[in-house]
Design a protein around this ligand. Structure first.
Ligand SMILES: Cc1cc2nc3c(=O)[nH]c(=O)nc-3n(C[C@H](O)[C@H](O)[C@H](O)COP(=O)(O)OP(=O)(O)OC[C@H]3O[C@@H](n4cnc5c(N)ncnc54)[C@H](O)[C@@H]3O)c2cc1C
Length: 293
């Protein structure tokens, strides 16, 4: 496979690099100040909105999404841009509307959603008007093997009824996360990889209960909407909220998580590059015992 960048990708990397250097990195102390002003909030802070307006005007928007609804890039073209956004993971990905979990959720809606589902949820996500969460992992089962997922999605007339407990639902503490994509079992007796389905559950549906935020290495990731434990207590949604057909959930999860893994890895590379750059800068500046470090 040829991994060299084409002309469009090279130009996009340069543009993203310039935006991150000139607009995003100087905005980091502004984000810190805004977080300090409203320490209890889980919402996106105003500086992110400001950067989003600028990034969108420059065409640095929805770059992760292939096809007509997004920027139309391939994963190979987007990967080095994700690497650049890793230089400021709290600001650059949301500034470009390229932050997880919304990216994966938009991919699911884009690839598997009905026209009505796209209109209701994909369009406002593409415009960053709302946020979303992906609810797969459960406290009671080893969720790295998604066939274990135990949440039930039962058909009842024209509705589905969702019951289960999820955790690590990133972004769900943010009240602007208006839609949850929930994975559960519609048929526990079907073939191992055909038991699961995905369904859209609006946040304000009766029976949805946000239990608590979780922390990662002591961080609550508040400005990113945190990571929530959520109970779905006989949550009733219309049958039209099912994404794809019954039994398609496992395949959709794999389709969703594949590109996301590349995005996360590329951002992690960018974060590592920044850490190295900061170390080099520090080592060049500091003197100890009469000589440079
Ligand atoms: C910051 C963060 C954000 C997250 N966001 C989301 C989200 O938005 N939505 C969501 O649904 N989930 C999310 N998750 C959850 C994440 O996807 C799960 O934690 C992950 O899939 C592992 O599942 P588990 O925690 O149940 O671990 P388990 O499945 O119980 O696994 C425990 C450990 O065993 C290891 N393991 C598993 N199988 C093997 C094997 N065969 N050999 C050796 N080791 C093995 C695993 O790697 C893991 O280290 C998030 C997690 C974190 C930390």
């Amino acid at each position: 496979m040829d991994f060299s960048f084409d002309e469009q990708t090279t130009a996009l990397i340069a543009k993203a690099r310039r935006f991150v250097d000139e607009r995003v990195l100087p905005a980091e102390p502004v984000l810190d100040a805004q977080l300090a002003q409203s320490p209890e909030e889980w919402t996106v802070r105003p500086i992110v909105r400001d950067l989003q307006r600028e990034a969108r005007a420059q065409g640095l928007w929805n770059l992760f999404l292939p096809g007509a609804h997004g920027a139309g890039l391939t994963n190979l073209q987007y990967a080095p841009v994700a690497e650049v956004t890793g230089w400021s993971t709290r600001l650059a990905p949301p500034a470009f509307n390229c932050a997880a979990p919304d990216t994966g959720n938009m991919e699911v809606l884009n690839d598997f959603g009905t026209p009505e589902q796209k209109d209701a949820w994909l369009r406002p996500l593409l415009d960053a008007e709302i946020r979303s969460a992906f609810c797969m992992t459960e406290p009671d089962v080893a969720s790295s093997d998604a066939t274990n997922i135990a949440t039930r999605i039962r058909r009842d007339g024209g509705d589905y009824v969702v019951s289960g407990r999820k955790w690590w639902s990133t972004g769900a503490m943010n009240p602007d996360a208006k839609i949850f994509i929930v994975m559960g079992k519609t048929d526990p007796d079907a073939d191992r990889h055909r038991q699961q389905s995905m369904i859209l559950v609006p946040r304000d549906t009766p029976g949805v209960r946000i239990v608590r935020p979780l922390t990662v290495f002591g961080y609550d990731d508040r400005d990113h909407g945190g990571h929530a434990e959520i109970v779905f207590d006989d949550v009733r949604v219309p049958a039209a909220n099912l994404i794809g057909g019954e039994g398609d959930g496992f395949a959709i999860a794999q389709a969703r998580l594949g590109p996301g893994r590349i995005h996360h890895c590329m951002r992690a590379l960018g974060t590592g590059e920044r850490a190295l750059a900061l170390m080099i800068e520090l080592a060049g500046d500091r003197h100890a015992f009469g000589s440079p470090l």
